[in-house]
Write a protein that binds this ligand. Structure first.
Ligand code: PMP
Length: 317
């Protein structure tokens, strides 16, 4: 536990005034755990939330059980192909906090910088769901009040949920908050208030050591940029494939794409499988294809995918 938390702190340069909590409940659990822990601080304040795709949509529904929610911006009218410009966000003057999903796993939309909203929100803390891109790129932790992530993409087995919480935001839980999810109780007990998900933490610890051996998050980011560029270049070089996300908002981790002729979907998936390329079917809510190219996917894997896609396009054009 200690080594895993120390290594994560080092990898993300987490400042001293932030606690690293190892919880259970997954990303969706945090959708309730976050408002239950923060709304005691400002019970009458509104939560500002930005709707950029499926996962922030779920966060909005859940938060509305605990507080009044203002959807400050939504990409829905563009089919979540872009993040509305921050100048257009309809922010509250002093929200309890502002919630973002900084990488939308299903829609393939990623924030590539932290929106500058402090002046317009009386310095409200930004809460970020980083479940599907944590440790894929360097981040400035101090720009956020809370960062949370389920472990199962870039960290380790499902069952472990990470929360990185600024210390002044701890200790304000609503009375309804279960003790096992009260950040104060969890922090005071070194993330061992209840039995922690020991095996998931052990594996996460090994992944953190592996990341350090790879050169840390900066090195992973360079690798992830290279992987994503290769795949998006392939998509943009032909009209056989279509990426519906506008270039400035494209995720480096999750690359949804469509075959222009969707009647070829089944052939694409089965021929891909013959080449050892699996898990390419898009999420059922959006269809098409999706290549998730998390930290564990080497450049060679993306090169193999691109070679297959080019060959498939030639054969079926
Ligand atoms: N948020 C994001 C960004 C996700 O990608 C996911 C899972 N795919 C979740 C939340 C939900 O996580 P869990 O299944 O661990 O509750």
């Amino acid at each position: 536990m200690d080594a895993a938390q120390r290594d994560l702190r080092e990898l993300l340069s987490v400042p001293e005034n932030y606690q690293i909590l190892f919880l259970q409940g997954g990303g969706l659990g945090e959708n309730a755990i976050v408002p239950m822990n923060l709304m005691g601080r400002r019970p009458d304040a509104t939560i500002d939330m930005v709707h950029t795709g499926s996962w922030s949509g779920k966060s909005i529904q859940e938060a509305a059980k605990y507080a009044k929610v203002n959807v400050a911006a939504s990409g829905q009218s563009s089919g979540f192909s872009r993040i509305p410009d921050v100048s257009e966000w309809n922010l509250s003057a002093s929200p309890a906090y502002v919630h973002l999903c900084t990488n939308e796993t299903i829609d393939g939309v990623e924030f590539h910088s932290v929106p500058g909203i402090a002046e317009r929100t009386s310095g409200a803390p930004i809460i970020a769901d980083m479940s599907s891109h944590i440790l894929s790129r360097e981040i400035d932790v101090s720009a956020y009040g809370v960062i949370f992530a389920g472990a199962q993409k870039n960290i380790g087995p499902a069952g472990l949920t990470i929360a990185i919480v600024r210390e002044d935001l701890i200790g304000h839980a609503l009375p309804c908050c279960p003790s096992a999810f009260d950040w104060k109780k969890v922090a005071d007990n070194g993330s061992m208030y209840n039995t922690p998900p020991t095996y998931a933490i052990y594996i996460a610890g090994l992944v953190f050591q592996w990341l350090k051996r790879q050169g840390g998050v900066a090195a992973m980011e360079q690798r992830n940029i290279e992987k994503a560029q290769l795949l998006y270049q392939c998509l943009d070089s032909t009209d056989f494939y279509v990426s519906r996300v506008e270039a400035p908002f494209r995720s480096r981790m999750n690359v949804p794409f469509y075959l222009r002729d969707e009647s070829l979907n089944a052939a694409f998936l089965s021929e891909a499988r013959e080449h050892g390329l699996i898990q390419l079917k898009g999420h059922k809510s959006v269809g098409g294809m999706r290549a998730s190219i998390y930290n564990a996917m080497p450049l060679e894997g993306v090169q193999a995918l691109v070679a297959f896609m080019q060959e498939f396009a030639l054969q079926h054009s």
